[in-house]
Every structure is written in structure tokens, then in C-alpha cells.
Design a protein around this ligand. Structure first.
Ligand code: IMP
Ligand code: MG
Length: 180
């Protein structure tokens, strides 16, 4: 299968600009407080770095990895934590930093698990929001960009572990995703 990359949806410049805007909003919302930035592995890393670099409040960093089993392009709804954060979240402000919210299954499960740890606040910062595919009532507090129902790649987002390193966000052309 030839992996055909579509047009550039968001350039590095677009992404940096948006991350700065959201970082400023986070600074205002948590003025004088500390925040744990909890990245969801692996896709959120480039976006998380952008957010972290541009916030001026005190931030702590940790990661969590959850996966929903299903086909390679859609999640099944059965979520498992593969790698868990070790930081103490009790009475802390936690911002879960996600690459993309699609159905919302993965994040809903993760947020429910995290709530059991007694954080003071829990917010969601996602680079991309694919609202059209949402099947859960999950709501992101900070959204980089809304995207149409495309299979997006780059800037951390993969298809079969490929394309994460692209310094922009694109998508896979339709014919390549079909029949998987
Ligand atoms: P959800 O549980 O359906 O919201 O799926 C969330 C996860 O599926 C994301 O964190 C991504 O890892 C992956 N995902 C969903 N849509 C895409 C996409 O268009 N491109 C790459 N990964 C995606
Ligand atoms: Mg993810």
C-alpha cells in the first residue's frame, strides 16, 4: 500500500501560533497556581512541548498511555491503560494533553480513571478535535483546531506508527485508508 499524504492542513507556524494562544489562556486560567501537564503517549508529544514551552506558570510533567483496541483507523471502545503516570495528582490541577479527540472513548476512560485520584481540577487540551465522530459526551477545554472527518497524520499523529515526525498536520488520501 502506498501511503499518500494529502495537503497540508496546518503548518508548523499555524500550530505554534495556536499553542501560544492556548498557553496564554492556560496562564490566565491558572494564574498563581501549578499545573500538571499530562501527555497521552505517544501522539501528544510535539503539541505538549509547544504548550509547555509557552506557558509561564509552574508546570509539572507526566505521561499516560491508553489504547483502544479495534481496527487501525477506528477505536473499539475497549480501553486499556498501557503505561500509567506516577506523579501524585491529589489536589493538583491536571491538564490532559491529547493529540486528537475522535470518538472520545479513550479520553473519557482516562479522565474517569484520573478523577479517582482526587485532582483539584481536571481539564483537557487537545491539538485536534474531530467533532463529527464524537460518540461520547467528552468536552475539551482547550482546542487547537477543529478538523473534518479525515484520517490526520503528522505532528505526533501516526498511521501504523508512521508519519509522527512530520512538522505539519496532513491527512491520508481516502483510497489508502479504505479496505484496512
Ligand atoms: P478516540 O478514542 O476515538 O477519541 O480516539 C482517540 C485516539 O485515536 C487518538 O488519541 C489517536 O491516537 C487516534 N486517532 C483518532 N483519530 C485519528 C486520526 O485521524 N489520525 C491519527 N490518529 C487518530
Ligand atoms: Mg492518542
Amino acid at each position: 500500500m502506498a501511503d499518500k499524504i494529502g495537503k497540508v492542513l496546518f503548518t508548523q507556524e499555524d500550530i505554534t501560533k495556536r499553542a501560544k494562544e492556548l498557553a496564554k489562556q492556560i496562564d490566565e486560567d491558572f494564574k498563581g497556581e501549578e499545573v500538571i501537564l499530562l501527555g497521552t503517549l505517544k501522539g501528544s508529544i510535539p503539541w505538549l512541548v509547544d504548550i509547555m514551552k509557552h506557558t509561564t506558570i509552574e508546570t509539572k510533567l507526566d505521561f499516560i498511555s491508553a489504547s483502544s483496541y479495534g481496527s487501525s483507523t477506528t477505536s473499539s471502545g475497549v480501553v486499556k491503560i498501557r503505561y500509567d503516570a506516577s506523579i501524585n495528582m491529589y489536589n493538583e490541577n491536571v491538564i490532559v494533553v491529547e493529540d486528537i479527540i475522535d470518538t472520545g472513548n479513550t479520553l473519557k476512560y482516562v479522565v474517569e480513571k484520573l478523577k479517582e485520584r482526587g485532582p483539584k481540577t481536571i481539564k483537557i487540551c487537545t491539538m485536534l478535535n474531530k467533532e463529527a465522530r464524537r460518540t461520547t459526551d467528552i468536552h475539551a477545554d482547550y482546542v487547537g483546531f477543529d478538523v473534518d472527518d479525515l484520517f490526520v497524520i503528522g505532528y505526533g499523529l501516526d498511521f501504523d506508527q508512521k508519519f509522527r515526525g512530520l512538522p505539519y498536520i496532513s491527512y491520508l488520501e481516502e483510497e489508502d485508508v479504505e479496505g484496512l
